[in-house]
Design a protein around this ligand. Structure first.
Ligand SMILES: Nc1nc2c(ncn2[C@@H]2O[C@H](COP(=O)(O)OP(=O)(O)OP(=O)(O)O)[C@@H](O)[C@H]2O)c(=O)[nH]1
Length: 441
C-alpha cells in the first residue's frame, strides 16, 4: 500500500473525504425522542401526592392535549404541581440513558402567578438511590421564568444542575452529586412552590429530546487522526525512500571505491610491467631512465657502472638463442647477488646492463666492477648446450650531484667501449670527472 499525500489526487481525495464527513455531520438526522408523541412514554401522570380522590388540587383539564390545572386550597407543604413522564419499564430502577441527548425542545403554555416553572429529571443511582424513596434518585433541574417559555424554548441538557437542597438533604460524597443522566427514571414539568390559594393552568404542546448520533468531537478527532496518520505515513515513506536511496548510494560508492582500488592495483602492476625486463626480472631501459630521473631531480650524485657481455653474438650463434637467454639470466643473477639494496640495477637492452650506485666513490665503484667482472668470469652456466662461461666488460663514470645523468651515461659508455677496445673482460674508468668524495650529497 502506498500513501503519498504529495500526490495531488490523494491530497484531493483526503480533502473531499474531510468535507464529506463535515457535511455529513451537519446534514445527518439527529437522534430524537418526542416524549409528547402518543405512546412514546408508557406512563405519564400528574403529581397529586397525598390528596383525597375527587378533590385533587391537580387535575386534567384536557388529558388528551396534556392540559392541566393546579389549585391548592389548603397549604400543600411545597408539594410540586406538575406532569411527570416515567422513563422506566418494568424495572423501576432501570431508566433511560439521556446522556446520549444534548437538548430538550419544549413548547409549554402557562397561565398563572408562579415566578418560574421547573423542568426536572430524576436519575436512579444504585449506589445511594432507594426504590421506596423517590426523592433519593438524584434530581437535576432548571427553573424557567414564564416569559422565557412564552414561546417554544430549546434547553441544553447541561443547564440541568443538581439543586443545593437535594445535596444538603442527602449529604452524600461529593462525586455522587455530579450531574449525570445515564439512568433517568422520570422527567417532570412542575411548579415547586407554595401554591396555596393560587390557580395555575399549563399545557404541554411539545417535548422533544434531541442528540447527535455521533459526537461532533469524535468526528473532529477522527478527521484529525486520519490526517495525522496520513502525514505520518507520508513522512515514514519519505524516510524509507531516503534511507533506501542512501543505502543504494552507499553501495554504489563502495563499488566505485573497490573498482578504484582494483584499478590502482592494476595500474601499479602495469607500471611495474612497463619498467621491468621480462626475461631477467630487473629494471628495463624505461625503469632505469625513471630511476636516473629521480636521482637527477633530487640532485643526488651517483656512480654509473655499465657492463656488456663479451662476444654474446657468438654465444647465440654457437649455442642458440635459448642458451643466450640463459646466459643473460645467469649474469643478471650473479651481478644482482653482489649489489647493495640501495644500488639500482637494470638491463639497458640486448646484453648491456647498468648499475647506479649512490654514496660510492668512483674508485669504489671501479672496485665493485672489478669484483663483478671476476664473478661473471668465474660463474659456469648450465645450459642445454652444456656448461659455458662468459666474460663481461665494464665502464665506470661519475654523475656528480646536479649534473644530467645523460652525460654520465655517455662517459660510462665510452669507458666501456675502451674496455672492449682494450681486449674485453676488463674495467675502464672515466677519468674526466673523478672525485674522491662519496657521490651522495
Ligand atoms: N639470446 C638473446 N640474444 C640477444 C638478446 N638481445 C640481444 N641479443 C643478441 O646479442 C647480440 C649482441 O651482439 P653484439 O652487439 O655484436 O655484441 P657482442 O657479440 O657481445 O660483441 P661485443 O659486445 O663487441 O663483445 C646480438 O646477436 C643480439 O641478437 C636477448 O634478449 N636474448
Amino acid at each position: 500500500m502506498h500513501f503519498d499525500l504529495s500526490k495531488p489526487n490523494l491530497l484531493m481525495g483526503g480533502i473531499v473525504l474531510t468535507l464529506a464527513a463535515l457535511a455529513g455531520l451537519e446534514l445527518a438526522p439527529q437522534r430524537t425522542l418526542e416524549l409528547t408523541a402518543p405512546g412514546a412514554v408508557g406512563n405519564l401522570y400528574l403529581s397529586t401526592p397525598g390528596e383525597t380522590p375527587g378533590q385533587a388540587p391537580v387535575q386534567w383539564v384536557d388529558a388528551e392535549h396534556l392540559r392541566w390545572r393546579c389549585h391548592y386550597t389548603a397549604a400543600a407543604n411545597y408539594q410540586p404541581c406538575g406532569l411527570t413522564f416515567s422513563l422506566t419499564g418494568d424495572d423501576p430502577a432501570h431508566g433511560m440513558d439521556l446522556s446520549r441527548f444534548d437538548t430538550l425542545e419544549m413548547d409549554l403554555a402557562y397561565k398563572g402567578p408562579a415566578h418560574f416553572v421547573r423542568v426536572a429529571v430524576r436519575n436512579f443511582d444504585p449506589r445511594f438511590s432507594r426504590l421506596d424513596d423517590g426523592n433519593s434518585s438524584r434530581i437535576h433541574s432548571v427553573n424557567l421564568r414564564p416569559r422565557d417559555i412564552a414561546r417554544p424554548v430549546t434547553l441544553d441538557l447541561s443547564e440541568l444542575t443538581v439543586p443545593e437542597w437535594w445535596i444538603q438533604q442527602f449529604d452524600l460524597p461529593r462525586e455522587y452529586n455530579r450531574p449525570s443522566l445515564e439512568n433517568a427514571t422520570a422527567l417532570s414539568i412542575d411548579l415547586p412552590s407554595d401554591l396555596t390559594g393560587q390557580e395555575h393552568e399549563l399545557q404541554l404542546r411539545r417535548l422533544v429530546l434531541k442528540g447527535e448520533w455521533v459526537s461532533r468531537d469524535r468526528v473532529y478527532l477522527a478527521i484529525l487522526c486520519a490526517w495525522l496518520l496520513g502525514a505520518s505515513l507520508m513522512v515514514l515513506r519519505g524516510w524509507k525512500q531516503l534511507s533506501q536511496s542512501n543505502t543504494r548510494q552507499q553501495r554504489e560508492i563502495d563499488a566505485l571505491t573497490a573498482r578504484t582500488r582494483q584499478l590502482r592495483v592494476e595500474q601499479d602492476k602495469l607500471r611495474r610491467l612497463a619498467t621491468i625486463d621480462e626475461l631477467t626480472g630487473v629494471l628495463n631501459r624505461r625503469g632505469l631512465e625513471q630511476a636516473l630521473d629521480d636521482f637527477e631531480e633530487a640532485a643526488q650524485g651517483m656512480t654509473l657502472v655499465m657492463l656488456d657481455i663479451d662476444h654474446f653474438k657468438h654465444v647465440n650463434d654457437r649455442h642458440g638463442h635459448d642458451c643466450g637467454d640463459e646466459v643473460l639470466k645467469r649474469v643478471t643473477a650473479v651481478v644482482a647477488a653482489n649489489l647493495r639494496a640501495s644500488d639500482v640495477f637494470g638491463r639497458l637492452g640486448g646484453e648491456e646492463f647498468l648499475i647506479a650506485c649512490q654514496g660510492t666513490r668512483v674508485r669504489d665503484a671501479a672496485r665493485l666492477a672489478e669484483k663483478l667482472r671476476e664473478r661473471v668470469q668465474q660463474s659456469e652456466i648450465n645450459s642445454s648446450a652444456g656448461r659455458i662461461t662468459v666474460t663481461a666488460s665494464f665502464g665506470v663514470a661519475l654523475a656528480p650531484p646536479g649534473a644530467p645523468a645523460a652525460g654520465a651515461l655517455k662517459r660510462a659508455d665510452e669507458a666501456l667501449y675502451r674496455a672492449k677496445e682494450a681486449g674485453r673482460n676488463r674495467v675502464e674508468t672515466d677519468k674526466s670527472l673523478v672525485s674522491d668524495s662519496p657521490t651522495t650529497v
